[in-house]
Design a protein around this ligand. Structure first.
Ligand SMILES: C[S@@+](CC[C@H](N)C(=O)[O-])C[C@H]1O[C@@H](n2cnc3c(N)ncnc32)[C@H](O)[C@@H]1O
Length: 242
């Protein structure tokens, strides 16, 4: 029976990869990688016997990110029908904001391929450490675009994290950032629930062994695409109102 693994490297290069994930990689025939750090891909090539395929090229042939994720899912499920064991490796956790993993589940079910997702360190884990906070008691988590499109009502008495600021309301493949304030609509939406001077934090968790985490503090009304380093794909923390 062919086997398909959904795996994650963790957030900081390969420092957080689990033993369980390494075991799955060591028995894989083919490893498909979606990761912006070329060093991570080279390391996987050097460490494991499998053929390692960098999926970055798929973004170049499509307009929207969703088209890329659908193609990735088709490629991987197709390859699994022929090979014995195939792994799909992403940054962070394979089931935290990874549309390609969702598409893989759908396609694999139709071909009776069993999918094994293994847990790994997600940016939610690193963000709690960087903020020095236990967010387990009352936490709202939103993808910014989903929040705006579905008009979710926020509870300002509970802590909140907002993911995917960089791609807010933009379905296209993003290779460079323009000069527009792409966060304007998101900021105005939050200001319906929080005061202008509400103190928020933008978290950039360390993504390599050689870099440290950065936590940027600002007032909510000052949040804009220009005030953040969106290339680094940060996450926004909005504390509860006491
Ligand atoms: C496409 S999602 C992938 C998330 C990833 N699978 C995970 O487990 O964290 C990318 C989003 O995760 C968050 N993220 C990823 N890396 C991060 C980092 N180093 N620091 C803060 N947030 C990060 C950001 O909100 C970013 O826009």
């Amino acid at each position: 029976m062919p086997k398909l693994y959904l795996l994650g490297t963790g957030i900081r290069g390969l420092l957080q990869i689990t033993q369980e994930t390494q075991q799955a990689l060591s028995i894989s025939d083919k490893i498909y990688v979606l990761h912006s750090d070329l060093g991570v891909i080279r390391n996987l090539e050097e460490t494991f016997d499998a053929e390692v395929v960098d999926l970055e090229y798929i973004y170049r042939g499509v307009k929207t990110r969703n088209d890329a994720y659908k193609q990735i899912a088709q490629l991987i499920v197709g390859a699994t029908s022929e090979a014995t064991t195939v792994s799909f490796v992403v940054h962070g956790h394979p089931l935290f904001l990874v549309s390609a993993s969702e598409y893989i589940y759908g396609l694999a079910e139709r071909k009776s391929i069993t999918v094994h997702a293994l847990p790994s360190v997600t940016s939610l884990d690193t963000i709690m450490c960087d903020l020095q906070l236990d967010l387990g008691y009352a936490l709202q988590i939103y993808d910014t675009t989903t929040l705006l499109r579905r008009n979710h009502q926020l509870d300002n008495r509970a802590e909140a994290l907002f993911f995917q600021l960089t791609s807010t309301l933009n379905p296209n493949v993003i290779d460079q950032l323009g000069s527009d304030d792409t966060l304007a609509e998101f900021r105005e939406y939050l200001l319906r629930f929080y005061p202008h001077d509400h103190p928020v934090k933008v978290v950039y968790s360390a993504a390599t062994a050689f870099s440290g985490s950065i936590v940027q503090e600002l007032e909510l009304s000052k949040l804009s695409a220009q005030s953040l380093n969106l290339v680094e794909r940060p996450t926004l923390y909005v504390p509860a109102i006491e």
